[in-house]
Design a protein around this ligand. Structure first.
Ligand code: DON
Length: 313
């Protein structure tokens, strides 16, 4: 008899084989020069089920730069610190604009549309930083990721952080612009320093899938039963991931994959099948919206084979 775990294992293995063989793989991000060195042929997929079963195939244990996927964890931390007051500093509407766009900020008086576009994530980082030294705030973020993944080996890739710090002119502009509206409390270079460093956290697909478990299970780690956030908060973070997690590609991701998900320009996507699984996929080549090309295709096949779209009965 084939169990659900057997089916998942074979689906994940088949997807990894197909995705690894694909020739069209998108373009590796090079606006952060250090990221341009990553091999575009890499591919990893890890699914952690509700029963703790881990289905894994491909480059599952190679650390990559999580970049914007870290914004899910900083959002969770900031909500823990200030609760719903966070929404006075950042909105929760899709932007329909690229992740590094500045256009809406002028019309909307420096309040970013959502916590996942760069401006919004910088505002969220500023909330975490308030009352702390940058080093302390960063320590909190890294410790939180280690706790969620149950893995103390997670570290920041300092070369990636330094690379973005040298070339992050757009983010410097976004942060200064928000500061001019009083949206940021801390010195701009402190807030950006923490932001660049949390984006530069390196994780494997396995660690990322483990870290996402609380979002798939009503805010709890299903293995230990420990609560990370309330069920209501987990539901709301998933809602923002669904509507805003892929920037101006969020509608397309919901249409094709049908799960809350968050992408990063390092090629990672964390996706959540509520009640069923936490998923991490890594494919460094990006599409024109800056979302991982092959990773999205892999997730589309996975949700179809497993019947996991949140829109399916
Ligand atoms: O701020 C940046 O541009 C990067 N540190 C993160 C951007 C990112 O990952 C966008 N995601 N697809």
């Amino acid at each position: 008899m084939t169990t659900d775990a057997d089916k998942l294992d074979s689906v994940v293995a088949a997807i990894a084989a197909e995705m690894t063989a694909r020739s069209e793989r998108g373009t590796v991000a090079d606006y952060i020069p250090e990221l341009a060195r990553v091999d575009a042929n890499s591919f990893g997929l890890v699914v952690v089920g509700a029963d703790g079963h881990v289905a894994a195939a491909g480059d599952t244990d190679v650390p990559f730069s999580v970049q914007s996927v870290s914004k899910v964890f900083t959002l969770t931390l900031a909500l823990g610190l200030v609760g719903d007051r966070l929404w006075q500093r950042v909105g929760r509407e899709p932007s329909g604009s690229p992740f590094n766009s500045i256009v809406q900020l002028e019309r909307e008086r420096g309040i970013p549309r959502n916590p996942f576009i760069n401006a919004g994530a910088i505002a969220v980082t500023d909330v975490i930083l308030s009352g702390h030294k940058p080093r302390e705030a960063l320590g909190e973020i890294v410790r939180f990721m280690r706790f969620l993944a149950d893995d103390s080996s997670i570290v920041i890739d300092d070369a990636v952080a330094a690379s973005e710090q040298r070339t992050g002119f757009r983010n410097i502009a976004l942060a200064n612009y928000m500061k001019s509206f009083g949206v940021l409390e801390n010195p701009v270079n402190y807030t950006l320093g923490v932001y660049f460093h949390h984006c530069a956290i390196a994780m494997t697909c396995r660690q990322l899938a483990m870290a996402g478990r609380f979002l798939a299970h009503d805010g709890k780690n299903p293995t230990t039963g420990l609560s990370v956030v309330s069920p209501e908060r987990a539901r709301r973070i998933n809602a923002v991931m669904l509507t805003c997690g892929h920037y101006d590609g969020s509608g397309e991701f919901a249409y094709r994959v049908g799960l809350p998900g968050k992408s990063g320009v390092g090629g990672g996507i964390m996706a959540i099948a509520p009640g069923k699984a936490s998923i991490a996929v890594w494919s460094p080549g990006l599409d024109t919206q800056g979302n991982p090309l092959v990773g999205q295709i892999a997730l589309e096949i996975l949700t179809k084979c497993m019947g996991w779209s949140i829109f399916a009965a």
